[in-house]
Design a protein around this ligand. Structure first.
Ligand code: PHE
Length: 347
């Protein structure tokens, strides 16, 4: 019986090296380990052996069986690996995802370029500002009804009782307009100044197709000895003409903002109907696009500038409004949504 086992082992070594693929391996498996395989047959005959034989041969048999099983496992692994490196060169590849800039970032770049060509430098400002920057410095004292013009998002602050320091008393808010940077910028840069302040502003209000709680403004601020309304009109008209690439008209109407005097509302001749009247301009031929005016003497004074020797004009226009008109976008909320169906159209 021992000879028989030696024979099986020898056969195993012989056959082992000749196996070339998974099919041949299967034949090998059936031959050695199958129901009617060599090892089964041997075990069958083994049943009639004496106790003594079973003990000595049993051990040997197990070793041979283990050898066969190990060989099978090794070869299975080998052929599986070959399977894995097979490669279909005709299979279509995956397009890599490449990042790109958002529509609003691109438009902001264009706007900055146009204003740069009109001699304006661009300044950032902060999104969270003090009550003083957003209101008091702009001629809007506490309890003044003009504060109601902006729905404000205040930063929650703990009341610390009587012995609060002045700094601790400072109230913070999300700026409701980029004008919040006017006085600070003037103090930092001095005069003459020819600046735009582009950035996000925030309002505590319900949203709809034309209102969002977060949107972009472009503030314009010019302080110089000769600054005047005619120049303001020229600057705005030149900007909109360049931005839309069309010959457009600007209309100025009286408007109220506490930090300008006189204050103006800026209307743009409708880019769709050229003033004839359509749905977008509500049959008026004009679309409201900005607030503006001559900088109020008290704002100049607050900035440490002599209102008798310097004049200034300021404007605040909505970037989203302009982008919507340019691309025919009907809902302002799409501009900061993460909807790829929308974003991808502008890459
Ligand atoms: N800050 C004003 C607003 O957000 C717009 C404005 C800016 C008006 C500058 C006049 C001058 O409504």
């Amino acid at each position: 019986m021992r000879d028989q086992l030696e024979g099986i082992l020898r056969e195993l070594y012989e056959v082992r090296d000749r196996i070339k693929n998974a099919d041949e391996l299967e034949t090998f498996r059936v031959k050695f380990l199958g129901r009617k395989g060599i090892l089964r047959e041997f075990a069958q005959s083994f049943k009639d052996a004496t106790e003594e034989e079973k003990r000595t041969i049993g051990n040997h048999f197990n070793k041979v069986k283990q050898e066969v099983e190990d060989t099978l496992a090794d070869l299975t692994e080998k052929f599986k690996k070959r399977e894995r490196v097979r490669f279909d060169f005709t299979y279509p590849g995956k397009t890599p995802l490449v990042g790109y800039r958002h529509l609003m970032s691109l438009e902001l770049e264009r706007v900055k370029d146009i204003f740069a060509s009109l001699g304006f430098s661009s300044y950032g400002g902060y999104e969270i500002v003090t009550e003083y920057e957003n209101f008091d410095s702009l001629n809007i004292p506490k309890n003044h009804p003009a504060r109601d013009m902006w729905d404000t998002l205040w930063i929650d602050q703990k009341e610390k009782g009587e012995d609060q320091t002045e700094t601790e008393k400072t109230k913070y808010l999300f700026r409701t307009h980029t004008s919040a940077y006017q006085v600070k910028l003037l103090k930092e840069q001095g005069v003459p100044l020819r600046a735009i302040i582009p950035g996000k502003v925030f309002r505590h209000e319900a949203t709809d197709r034309t209102h969002d709680f977060e949107f972009h403004q472009i503030e314009g601020l010019v302080i110089d000895e000769g600054a005047n309304i005619a120049e303001l009109k020229y600057v705005l008209e030149s900007f909109y003409r360049a931005y839309f690439g069309k010959d457009l008209k600007i209309r100025l109407r009286p408007g109220y903002f506490p930090f300008v005097e006189p204050g103006l509302e800026v209307d743009l001749g409708c880019i769709f109907c050229k003033g004839k009247g359509c749905l977008t301009c509500k049959k008026t031929g004009f679309i409201e696009v900005a607030g503006a005016g001559m900088v109020h003497p008290s704002v100049l004074q607050e900035s440490g500038i002599d209102p008798d020797s310097h004049y200034g004009y300021a404007f605040g226009l909505g970037l989203g409004r302009a982008v919507m008109l340019k691309y025919g976008i009907s809902d302002i909320r799409l501009l900061h949504s993460a909807d790829f169906r929308f974003i991808e159209q502008f890459r």
